[in-house]
Design a protein around this ligand. Structure first.
Ligand SMILES: Cc1ncc(COP(=O)(O)O)c(C=O)c1O
Length: 403
């Protein structure tokens, strides 16, 4: 017999949790998992930015050795390991000609996800304004919501996806401006002009400038993506966030870093000490190895993604799709053919062809009418995905019968 008085009580979440926007990715994942459990051809999931290639062997070997080190079994210090902070500073010097002080201008986080949250929590008071790109990575809005900050969307205009500053001309006072290049979802690269204008905006409004540089290594045709610290060389207002996730296919390892203006870094670290504690010493030492060792594997990865980009863009254009060739990242951002609704298109494509793409609506109002394809499968799988897209967007779509 069940004693009903012993049943679990149901608690309502605190308001800060209740008002969070639905997590775009987890809802999509649930639909994909449901479909994958049903019989049929394999589901091809290009909806996310989860690298498919393994972490380079020398990095895995370094981690194996570090895990066996007893000194890494104890609580790590609240200050990141000097080896890692120095490795971050050295990469900045070599890759971007930028000087950062490893003592005061570098911090490490469990991925740039955590660094993004820390930056918003460290800077934005409830009710203050944060300027976020639209389209933009969905986490930015979640972070602003957790901080109970007001979001001013900054429109990135097709086809360069540079900020259209007139879209935030009413913003006179802001706590932070966040930009992200190479850009997710559009694949656009930054220019010196974009960062100079961002710094002008930051100076005029009192905002800090946070640059999410998650795809820092992924520029095509030999282009090195521009660091915002190479424009704000005096670190007047800028902190830049990087990650090992994409550069070394280490998304599961959860390691990212922040570098730039010491007062912002200090505030982020203060939040981190209370909210997130510290990072496994073995991971910190291994991250230092990844950053300091020969970068051939990271360079090879760029050629892999470029080949996939060329394959997918050429095939979509052959199908008559409107696609801006991405100059970086591993995403292809395309208009839904025949002006269809992106959510409807993505849902039908998933259910009918077992191909999961990300509808642009998840990236903000400017994402409507677009889908994002992640180049996170080998060329054979991408070829199969393209065939299914061709089948799906055949005459029935053109006549308006499907979409
Ligand atoms: C633009 C952007 N920023 C940040 C992240 C978070 O990356 P991580 O937490 O793995 O460093 C991602 C992941 O896809 C991203 O696309």
């Amino acid at each position: 017999m069940t004693d009903s008085s012993a049943a679990q009580r149901v608690f309502s979440p605190a308001e800060r949790v209740a008002i969070l926007p639905p997590n775009f990715w987890s809802e999509m994942d649930a639909a994909i998992a449901r479909l994958a459990a049903q019989p049929g051809p394999r589901v091809i999931d290009v909806s996310k930015g989860n690298p498919d290639t393994p972490t380079p062997e020398h990095i895995v070997a370094a981690m194996q050795a570090q895990v066996a080190e007893p000194r890494n079994h104890r609580y790590p210090s609240y200050e990141a390991r000097p080896s890692l902070r120095q490795a971050v500073a050295e990469r900045y010097r070599v890759d971007h000609g930028v000087t950062v002080d490893p003592e005061t201008e570098v911090a490490v986080f469990h991925g740039s996800h955590e660094a993004i949250l820390a930056s918003v929590q460290a800077l934005a008071d409830p009710g203050s304004t944060v300027v976020l790109p639209d389209p933009g990575y969905p986490l930015y809005r979640s972070a602003a919501s957790l901080a109970q900050a007001h979001v001013a969307p900054l429109v990135l205009r097709h086809p360069e996806y540079a900020p259209d500053w007139s879209s935030i001309s009413e913003v006179k006072d802001a706590r932070m401006l966040l930009l992200n290049y190479p850009n997710n979802p559009t694949g656009a690269l930054a220019t010196t002009r974009i960062f100079s204008e961002a710094l002008d905006f930051a100076a005029a409004t009192g905002a800090a400038f946070i640059h999410d540089f998650a795809y820092s290594s992924l520029g095509f045709n030999g282009q090195t993506p521009l660091s915002a610290l190479a424009v704000d060389t005096q670190l007047r207002a800028t902190v830049e966030l990087q990650t090992l996730s994409k550069t070394y296919s280490m998304a599961g390892w959860r390691c990212g870093m922040a570098a730039g203006n010491a007062s912002i870094i200090d505030a982020m670290k203060a939040f981190q000490r209370h909210a997130y504690s510290t990072m496994f010493g073995a991971l910190q030492e291994t991250a230092a190895v990844a950053l300091s060792a020969n970068q051939d594997a990271a360079h090879e990865l760029v050629t892999v993604y470029q080949r996939r980009r060329d394959q997918v863009v050429a095939a979509l254009r052959q199908l008559g799709w409107d696609v801006v060739q991405p100059e970086g990242t591993f995403f292809v951002w395309a208009r839904v053919p025949y002006g269809g609704d992106a959510i409807d298109f993505a849902n039908r494509l998933r259910e009918e062809q077992r191909v999961a793409v990300a509808p642009g609506d998840g990236f903000g109002s400017q994402g409507r009418g677009h889908i994002r394809i992640g180049l996170v499968h080998d060329e054979e799988t991408l070829a199969e995905m393209l065939q299914r897209l061709a089948d799906f967007t055949g005459p029935s779509v053109a006549s308006g019968a499907v979409v």
